[in-house]
Every structure is written in structure tokens, then in C-alpha cells.
Design a binder for this molecule. Structure first.
Ligand code: PLP
Ligand code: COI
Length: 353
């Protein structure tokens, strides 16, 4: 499908890349394609960045019929631009669409929306160490009708923004507590889809955690309230007695691309990785007995994020003396090394623009 480009009349001033805050300044253009039942996807275009027009009755506003993705474009030392595993995002996007009764976006169109927008906005990919261009593709159902039915008219949109560190702490260990009231997702629900409602459901707990001086919460499963699932909007891993433990993909955990990449690297390095159900109790026991060596979250935005303190009710444990662990640091160095083109890419994860 041809992509029609309408350029912005005036270009914005780019933000100072040494003080970038995650997700706050957007570029000059965005990508949009429309879908109509019976016609399929059409009118792929890049247009000046700006507000979307939609009917106040649009389904997405009332019934949250939407999904999104998140990936980054990285600037290498030679000035080239590259993406990390973009087809994994495209495939996960379509799995999310399937769950949310949205039309799937053909893989070539989904990828072209990303690559052509990044190509046009290439001057926005920052050069500063640790910065990148965050890419946010999303699909929305916009039928202007209040009946609870899936949409016949949908849009696939891509916006991009230069970003620095996701957490203000950077790579400093985070403080996490086990959330006991709210749950993020349940099996059979939408936890494995990257859909807005999951994040809306997480905001109350996240806000209270911040008010209490914590970075994020550790989510428990929604049925037995015993098994840990994710940390904030990241997957989570632990090093206990030399082995790596991470919750299995049980239907309510997002199949993170950073998670997948970490598991591969850990196996390459000879670690045993157990993907299984893990109770919060097991983790606190391990921490108290001294078997818990490291803990970290994984996600595109922060890459890996060490956990230095874990709390549940009145109980509190400190992990690795509240310092980043050796494996956490090694994963961060290796993944960011591959992403920014500083180290070899043995698994063909990089796609050059
Ligand atoms: N879990 C949730 C709920 C997320 O939103 C994300 C981020 O996208 C992740 C995990 C990590 O996924 P990925 O590594 O693909 O960014
Ligand atoms: C991640 O990339 O790790 C995320 O969780 C994205 C977030 C902004 C939703």
C-alpha cells in the first residue's frame, strides 16, 4: 500500500536530549491508516502530528476498544538508526487485536507504518547516550455508536517521541511492594493483550504506591492472590540460589519482548531459567534465608530495572544490599549493547532502517 505523505508546514524545535522525560514531546508527523469492514485497510498516510478528530460516541472512548505497542529506534555510533525485534511487536500487536475484536493489521503495513514514520522523523532520533526514539503504534475502534459491539471502522496510528530513562531513578534499585487489593488482570481476561484497560485498572495502585514512596507494585494473580505476575508495567525475574525464576505466561502475564530476550541471553550464558508459578511467600522466604541474590523488572521502556526493596504489608526485605546485581547489570549492558550496536547481535534481533 502506498503511503501518502503530507509534510508539516513548520517543524517544531527539538527538546534538549540531555533532559528528555519519557513520553512527553512528540515529533512533527504521525502515521494513520483506516480500516472499514468490507473494504479492509486503506488510506495509509503520514500527516502533521496533531489532535485526532472523532465522534464523542466513538467506541474507544466508552468501551476501550484499543490496543497498543511500544518499541524503540536506536542511534548507533556511526549515526545509523536501528530497531530491536520490531516483528515481535507487530505479531504481538495482532494477538492483542485478536483478543480485543479489532481487525489485524497486515504485517507489512504494520511494519511500514513504523519504519516510514521513523525514516521521515530520523532527525528526531537523539544521539545522547541512553536516549532513543520511542515508537507507539496503536489500533482503535471508532464506530460512533453506543451499542456494545465491535467496530467496523478502526484506525492504526503510529506516533513517536524522543526519550531518556523511563524511571527517574535510572538504573538505581527500585522499591516495590506487593499489591494486595487491586489486580491487574485475570486469566481469561485481557492480561496477555496490550490493551489500555489493563493500564487504567493499574493506575490506582500505582498512584498509591508512589504516594507511599514506592516506585511500583508487584501484581499478584487475580484468582488465588498468591502468585506473582508482573511488576508495574514490566515482567519480573529473580535470581535465587543461582537459578533464574520468572512467572510463566499463564494468560494474564504479557509476553514481553525484553523478557524473551533476557531468557535467551541467560540461557546463552548457561543459566537455568525456570518459568513457573512463584508465590510471593516463596520470594520473601528466599530473601530472608539469603538465597535471593537479585531481582529485576524487564521492559522496552526501562530495559532492565533492578529491585532493591520488596515489601508486603509490614514485612520488608532488602535485595543485594539495595545495589544492582551482577546479572541485572550484565543483562542491561548486553541488551543495550545490542540495541545501540555496540556489541554483536548473535540472534538477528536488529533491523537496520
Ligand atoms: N508487562 C506489561 C504489562 C507491559 O506493558 C510491558 C511493556 O510493554 C511489559 C510487560 C514488557 O514488555 P516488553 O518487554 O515487550 O516491552
Ligand atoms: C515498557 O516498555 O516497559 C512499558 O511498560 C511501556 C509502558 C509505557 C506502558
Amino acid at each position: 500500500m502506498d503511503i501518502k505523505i503530507t509534510r508539516a508546514a513548520a517543524l517544531k524545535e527539538k527538546p534538549d536530549s540531555s533532559t528528555l522525560v519519557f513520553g512527553q514531546s512528540f515529533t512533527d508527523h504521525m502515521f494513520i491508516a483506516d480500516y472499514d469492514a468490507g473494504q479492509g485497510w486503506h488510506d495509509a498516510r503520514i500527516v502533521p502530528y496533531g489532535p485526532l478528530q472523532m465522534d464523542p460516541a466513538a467506541k474507544v472512548l466508552h468501551y476501550a476498544q484499543e490496543i497498543f505497542e511500544g518499541l524503540k529506534a536506536y542511534r548507533t555510533a556511526s549515526g545509523a538508526i536501528q530497531l530491536f525485534r520490531p516483528m515481535d511487536n507487530v505479531r504481538r500487536m495482532n494477538q492483542s487485536c485478536e483478543r480485543m475484536a479489532l481487525p489485524q493489521v497486515p504485517e507489512d503495513l504494520a511494519l511500514a507504518g513504523i519504519t516510514e514514520l521513523v525514516r521521515l522523523e530520523q532527525d528526531w532520533v537523539p544521539h545522547e547516550e541512553g536516549t532513543s526514539l520511542y515508537i507507539r503504534p496503536f489500533v482503535i475502534g471508532v464506530d460512533p455508536a453506543l451499542g456494545v459491539h465491535s467496530s467496523h471502522h478502526c484506525q492504526y496510528i503510529v506516533i513517536v517521541c524522543p526519550v531518556g530513562a523511563y524511571y527517574p531513578e535510572g538504573l538505581a534499585p527500585t522499591k516495590i511492594y506487593v499489591e494486595q487489593r487491586d489486580v491487574r488482570a485475570v486469566r481469561g481476561g485481557t492480561g496477555m493483550a496490550k490493551t489500555g484497560g489493563n493500564y487504567a485498572a493499574s493506575l490506582r495502585a500505582g498512584t498509591i504506591a508512589e504516594e507511599r514512596g514506592y516506585t511500583q507494585v508487584l501484581w499478584l494473580d487475580g484468582v488465588e492472590r498468591k502468585y506473582i505476575e508482573e511488576v508495574g508495567a514490566m515482567n519480573v525475574m529473580f535470581k535465587v540460589a543461582g537459578k533464574i525464576l520468572t512467572p510463566d505466561l499463564n494468560g494474564s502475564v504479557l509476553d514481553g519482548i525484553t523478557r524473551r530476550s533476557c531468557i535467551q541471553l541467560l540461557k546463552d550464558w548457561g543459566y537455568e531459567v525456570e518459568e513457573r508459578r512463584i508465590t510471593a511467600e516463596e520470594l520473601f522466604q528466599a530473601a530472608k534465608s539469603g538465597a535471593m541474590e537479585e531481582a529485576w523488572g524487564t521492559g522496552t521502556a526501562a530495559v532492565v530495572s533492578p529491585i532493591g526493596e520488596l515489601a508486603e504489608g509490614d514485612e520488608k526485605v532488602i535485595i543485594n544490599n539495595n545495589k544492582i546485581g551482577e546479572i541485572t547489570q550484565k543483562l542491561y549492558d548486553e541488551l543495550t549493547g545490542i540495541q545501540w550496536g555496540r556489541v554483536a547481535d548473535p540472534h538477528d534481533w536488529i533491523v537496520k532502517l
